[in-house]
Design a protein around this ligand. Structure first.
Ligand SMILES: [Zn+2]
Length: 282
């Protein structure tokens, strides 16, 4: 009897199980500051700045360079890679950490050195990758920054560093700490050559990177709301036995207290650096 026998398939049966759910994963992103749900494409077209509250999302080293430089850029010292000099092991071997980070990010270490045009002027630019073991500075990062500075001197071009780092790479022990002196010495030579160095500090810039090249710019520029410091607030509170003020270690606080020269919105960063270089080189 056809009138009580279902002849057509139900909706559920006609739609294959993997197509039943609407695919939204990865399309939306939650802002860490205002908790708004933002469409990823909107965010990307807005230089990864939250359209609701202006929160600056973290960028990869490559995204940074693409945002700052005019067109395609040439990468220098792309082959430099750490060889785990101490054979260090913590919760897992350092060699395994390196391998995983390299596979995930497709770069041999936590920094890219690029030569390209910034508003028509050739510059040398080092950009740090936080995703690579917290953007930590080991021998390779130190060496690449130093070589970047030396290339600047050789070619008489301004040097720009974009920091995004948790500090020195503990898995390389003293070798990572030696980078502080090496990079600082190279910057002193750049200064003697009267070539400008602009340091851009993004969220986060801490530890050995703050203690060396990030704070040595002719101009030190912070991104809005970026965490910038040497030791973490908890360590400082325990050491000085005092409560720290509100917004301590954020760009705006540091600007107010003379540690930074400017806090610049990501969308204005390129034009700000371009006019600063005009001024410094005139
Ligand atoms: Zn927001």
């Amino acid at each position: 009897m056809a009138w009580f026998k279902r002849e057509k398939k139900s909706i559920e049966q006609t739609t294959p199980p993997d197509e039943r759910r609407v695919k939204t994963e990865g399309l939306w992103i939650k802002c860490a500051s205002c908790r708004a749900i933002v469409w990823k494409k909107d965010l990307e077209s807005n230089s990864s700045v939250c359209p609701k509250c202006d929160h600056h999302f973290r960028l990869t080293a490559r995204q940074r360079l693409d945002l700052l430089l005019d067109g395609p850029w040439i990468e220098h010292d792309a082959q430099l890679a750490s060889n785990d000099p101490l054979h260090f092991v913590d919760t897992k071997p350092y060699a395994v950490r390196l391998k995983e980070a390299r596979r995930k990010l497709g770069t041999p270490d936590a920094i890219l050195t690029a030569e390209g045009q910034l508003s028509g002027r050739t510059v040398m630019c080092c950009s740090m990758e936080f995703g690579f073991i917290g953007g930590s500075m080991g021998a390779v990062v130190g060496e690449k920054v130093t070589r970047g500075i030396e290339l600047s001197i050789e070619t008489r071009q301004p040097f720009i560093a974009i920091s995004c780092s948790g500090g020195a790479r503990m898995m390389e022990g003293t070798i990572s700490l030696m980078q502080l002196a090496k990079v600082s010495a190279a910057l002193a030579r750049l200064d003697e050559e009267k070539l400008p160095y602009i340091s851009v500090l993004t969220d986060p810039t801490t530890g050995g990177v703050t203690a060396s090249f990030a704070m040595l710019g002719d101009l030190n520029i912070g991104e809005p709301g970026a965490l910038i410091g040497f030791a973490g607030p908890r360590v400082i509170e325990q050491t000085i036995r005092q409560k720290l003020p509100e917004g301590f270690q954020r760009s705006e606080f540091l600007l107010e207290h003379g540690f930074l020269d400017a806090v610049v919105h990501r969308k204005e960063l390129k034009s700000f650096i371009a006019s600063s270089l005009d001024l410094l080189l005139s």
